[in-house]
Design a protein around this ligand. Structure first.
Ligand code: NZQ
Ligand code: ZN
Length: 391
């Protein structure tokens, strides 16, 4: 196991009706003037926004609002939010929504107190300072409610990039599983896929002897395999939603990723798909992961065989471990299809003729040197082959 430091100070407030405590928590973390940021309107329709506002009112906290964050959130609204926060002297950004709203809120929080262009952070500059951020989560997926990351798409060229820094870790996140019951089944499934991707990205490691985090990851993956179909079958199953929601936060606050190298090639390859086609990130991952795993399997067959046996219940073939490894990837592919995720470019809405463009964006965009690195280093030819496997 590698040396590590683990700092995860987000206060998680979990359970039924917890959104009614929002005002209390904003106050606890020093907010006096809040920007409530939300998305395309689901929180208005569900009445959640009104409940959050009532809670702020009850705690005498002033607020302004900015809606309109899109899935795969855009830079344009971030600039608008920054201007608004400066003009209105906002000191706390409250995200009410999913990963896209949270990421947009984080970008606004960092950009407001920064003299330069906020996009600098999405080109590698670490975020050291930001307004405080809090969240009321409405979808179990991205894990942004406990992560130090934000992913934004720049409209010019539709470039999707991430930024990072402990300053944007939410001070608190309110997790009421009942709020996710209004999700369309496709979004629920895309969220399940993203959570599993965050676990796999950490499982694919080159670090030896990391049994404790391997076991945590396997446990969370098993939970998703059990609870995913239950919630697809019955969207109102609160207990299944609760297990998925907490798994989503644990999958990405890095408690499962410490002390080990991680992959993230699938995410990088996917981000170009959601940037170009504006598809759901989880749906893009459903198409990407089986292809990436098959392509890189030979790098460490035993790692893939291990997850195949421990999570997917495959029989270990000691003479031919690659058979076991492959069976695990196929079981995962089958699972994704069973919850309604796309399995190829066509089902995702992607086009084979765009592959050169995707590879160019992925390997050369923003000054990259022609490769991406993770579990293995992939060059332009590798990435082309992987995208072709998804067709
Ligand atoms: O915009 P509204 O109207 O709220 O509708 C949203 C949106 O259309 C809807 N929705 C959310 N909660 C709902 C609901 N509809 C009904 N009832 C509810 N309770 O669902 C749609 C998708 O929402 P979005 O926020 O985009 O989903 P998600 O949480 O999957 O976030 C995806 C974004 O997160 C980024 C992705 O790249 C993508 O841009 N990621 C962020 C990460 C991070 N910051 O740590 C890590 C992830 O790997 C990921 O890359
Ligand atoms: Zn993800």
């Amino acid at each position: 196991m590698n040396n590590f430091e683990f700092y995860s100070p987000t206060c998680f407030v979990f359970g039924k009706d917890t959104e009614n405590k929002t005002g209390e928590y904003v106050k606890k973390f020093g907010g006096t003037k809040v920007l409530i940021h939300y998305g395309g309107g689901s929180v208005v329709r569900s009445g959640l926004l009104d409940r959050v506002k009532a809670s702020l009112d009850a705690n005498s906290i002033a607020y302004i609002e900015l809606g309109g964050a899109k899935p795969n959130p855009r830079s344009g609204l971030v600039y608008e939010g920054i201007e608004l926060c400066r003009k209105e002297k906002v000191d706390f950004v409250l995200a009410v929504g999913g990963g896209s709203v949270i990421d947009s809120s984080k970008a606004i929080a960092a950009g407001t107190v920064y003299d330069g262009d906020f996009w600098d952070f999405y080109q590698g500059k670490r975020i050291e300072e930001a307004l405080s951020v809090g969240t009321v989560l409405t979808i179990a997926a991205a894990g942004s409610e406990g992560s130090p990351d934000s992913v934004i798409t720049k409209e010019e060229g539709m470039i999707k990039r991430g930024a990072s820094g402990d300053a944007i870790r939410p001070k608190f996140s309110i997790l009421n599983p009942a709020l996710t019951q209004t999700l369309p089944p496709f979004q629920t499934a895309a969220g399940i896929t993203d959570i599993m991707a965050h676990l796999y990205e950490r499982y694919l490691t080159n670090t030896e002897e990391v049994e404790v985090t391997d076991r945590l990851i396997e446990g969370l993956l098993l939970t998703m395999v059990h609870e995913g179909p239950r919630v697809i079958e019955d969207p109102n199953n609160y207990e299944a939603r609760a297990n998925i929601m907490w798994a989503g936060s644990m999958a990405h606050n890095n408690m499962c990723g410490v002390g080990r190298s991680q992959d993230w090639n699938s995410h990088n390859i996917e981000h170009e798909l959601s940037a170009l086609y504006d598809c759901a990130h989880g749906a893009g991952l459903a198409v990407t992961m089986p292809a990436v795993f098959t392509y890189v399997m030979s790098h460490n067959v035993m790692r893939f065989a291990k997850v195949a046996v421990r999570v997917w219940g495959c029989q270990m073939d000691f003479e031919h471990p690659e058979v076991t490894a492959k069976a695990g990837i196929e079981a995962f592919r089958h699972f994704l299809s069973s919850i309604g995720m796309p399995g190829n470019f066509k089902e995702l809405g992607a086009r084979e003729e765009d592959i050169p463009k995707l590879v160019e964006m992925l390997c050369r965009g923003d000054g990259r040197d022609g490769t991406i690195s993770g579990f293995v280093t992939l060059n332009e030819k590798d990435c082309t082959n992987i995208y072709k496997m998804m067709v």
